[in-house]
Design a protein around this ligand. Structure first.
Ligand code: FAD
Ligand code: NAD
Length: 479
């Protein structure tokens, strides 16, 4: 039964960070906008991903850094106050309540419709509310699908019955398992292994491949693995889990590995990647396959949808599964929707144009909040080579920089910059080491700005900061 019918210029499905930004940009373009949310306004990022994970990790990293400062080390030798860390985390997720974010939507004039939204016809979204009532929303100009992603679990015997942790439990638990097994070697796996090891769990990582952080420069995974091992994490590479069982009596989880060996744990975290939340959003009503990632052009418009009214922004399009990059896409998509609604005849879709998400392919920054931190933007050397670019790779030991040596006793870290020799600017930079996360934006500006190397020579880093690594890299490049 349809209880209500409403017409808006733009309807956004999913109020994660990306949906919120898309709605905001559409509203800023003068378009009436509704946003539909089935769980909490703020999405995965605010409650079960970026925010709680970083609230958990901050004390862990701060303690590790304090232990590298002479004169301070002795004062921070003890264990973390786990209860206080969890309380701190809970305050950052507002105890899993979204009143604050709902207040923001109200204040900017975006209508929130709570419930599960599905496409039921072109430009039409039907929302089933918590009370079962349905409401049909029609979009005059655009529908934006911003439904994000969820943890992808492999199809393993016994896994569902074993009730594994996913990123949701790993970021929201207030109980420290004595033994934690972590399956996967990506970003969620290394960050959560870092956190739970510091809270006192005996952590064993089970990695299918040969190392950690396989999409980044190899030295990133190597330095993080070295540090995790030193703090007591067991890392097993080239191993696959074939079966998972949880004992009904004592709750012990037994993981069987290829070859028959077993590993026991009190909890197991599967950090094995993400799947798009598109299985039940009505894609079949417009000829698309439910459960698929949505393929978009550079204006974030879903390809092959007649009328061009459907956009997919954020994790759901798989271009870059990062909050800041999804929000960037939302700014581009919002501008494109606004321009098209105004009948602008020609959009600026050239490289770096106002309506093209160019950075998605040229300059995606990412910080991995481990100890050491990993901060990277643009291409790795292997990716540049695969693209057939003519490049020069310059490496430098960050520990040789005065600012780094002052920052931490025995500073260990490494930097790499990749210069495109035909274009004369940087196309990739990776830093690994304590405190490098805040250095990354300088590299992002250099890569996205396509700043000529000759001009970078005039950008003087302050002495004595870790940023002096820029000078060392440029000196090494110029010989
Ligand atoms: C553990 C972890 C840590 C992370 N840390 C970082 C980090 O430090 N930095 C970073 O940049 N990225 C991080 N990420 C990635 C980041 O969380 C995602 O890139 C980001 O949340 C994507 O935002 P989104 O709005 O596209 O999707 P989401 O945040 O997933 O939001 C989608 C929203 O849509 C809603 N929804 C889904 N289906 C429907 C429907 N049918 N009807 C109505 N509503 C619906 C959902 O309830 C949800 O609120 C992390 C991810 C994980 C798992
Ligand atoms: N600080 C950050 O920016 C941050 C933090 C966490 C997550 N994220 C984002 O969230 C996304 C998801 O992270 P993630 O770590 O879940 O995914 P990921 O793709 O980074 O890593 C998945 C890992 O699981 C392994 N794997 C996949 N299938 C497997 C299987 N069947 N058996 C064993 N291993 C398997 C992969 O080899 C890989 O090591 C990432 O794309 C990342 O960008 C970002």
């Amino acid at each position: 039964m349809n209880d209500a019918m409403d017409e808006y210029d733009v309807v956004v499905l999913g109020a994660g960070p990306v949906g919120e930004n898309l709605a905001d940009r559409a509203r800023a373009a003068g378009l009436s906008t509704a946003i539909v949310e089935s769980e909490l306004v703020g999405g995965e990022c605010s409650y079960w991903a970026c925010i709680p994970s970083k609230a958990l990790l901050r004390p862990v990293i701060a303690r590790a850094e304090a232990r590298r400062a002479s004169g301070l080390r002795q004062a921070v030798g003890g264990p973390l106050d786990n209860a206080a860390v969890f309380t701190h985390r809970d305050s950052f997720v507002s105890d899993w309540k979204d009143d604050g974010q709902v207040g923001w939507l109200d204040s900017v004039g975006i209508d929130l419709i709570r419930g599960k939204g599905r496409l039921t016809a072109p430009r039409q979204v039907t929302v089933t509310g918590p009370d079962g009532q349905q409401r049909v929303l029609t979009a005059r100009h655009a529908v934006g699908i911003c439904t994000g992603s969820r943890a992808a679990l492999p199809d393993l015997p016994g896994l569902a019955e074993a009730r594994p942790w996913t990123s949701r439990e790993a970021t929201s638990s207030a109980t420290v398992p004595r033994r934690l097994a972590v399956v996967g070697g990506g970003v969620v796996a290394v960050e959560m292994a870092t956190a739970w090891n510091a809270f006192g769990s005996e952590v064993t990582m089970l990695i299918r491949g040969s190392g950690l952080l396989e999409r980044m420069e190899p030295f990133a995974g190597e330095l993080v693995a070295e540090a995790l091992t030193e703090t007591g994490v067991k890392i097993r590479t080239d191993t696959s889990v074939t079966d998972v069982r949880r004992d009904g009596t004592d709750g012990t989880v037994t993981l069987t590995l290829e070859g028959g060996e077993t590993v026991e744990a009190d909890e197991v975290l599967f950090a094995t990647g993400r799947a798009p939340r598109t299985e039940d959003v009505g894609l079949e009503t417009i000829g698309l396959r439910p459960g698929s990632w949505l393929d978009v052009d550079d204006t974030l418009r879903v390809r092959d949808v007649p009328g061009g009214w459907l956009y997919a922004v954020g994790d759901v399009n798989r271009r870059a599964l990062l909050t800041h990059q999804g929000k960037y896409q939302a700014r581009i998509a919002g501008a494109a929707i606004g321009a098209r609604a105004q009948g602008v005849p020609l959009l600026e879709t050239d490289r770096w144009g106002a309506h093209a998400a160019t950075a998605d392919t040229a300059a995606v920054p990412q910080v991995v909040f481990t100890d050491p931190e990993v901060a990277a933007v643009g291409l790795t050397a292997a990716q540049a080579e695969a693209q057939g670019r003519s490049v020069r790779v310059v490496d430098y030991d960050i520990g040789q920089v005065s600012g780094a040596a002052l920052y931490a006793d025995g500073y260990r870290g490494r930097a790499r910059m990749i210069v495109d020799l035909d274009r004369g600017h940087l196309i990739g930079v990776t830093f690994v080491g304590p405190g490098v996360g805040e250095l990354l934006h300088s590299a992002t500006v250099a890569v996205a700005g396509e700043v000529p190397v000759e001009r970078l020579w005039h950008a003087t880093p302050s002495f004595p900061t870790i940023s002096e690594i820029w000078l060392r890299l440029l000196e090494a490049y110029r010989g």
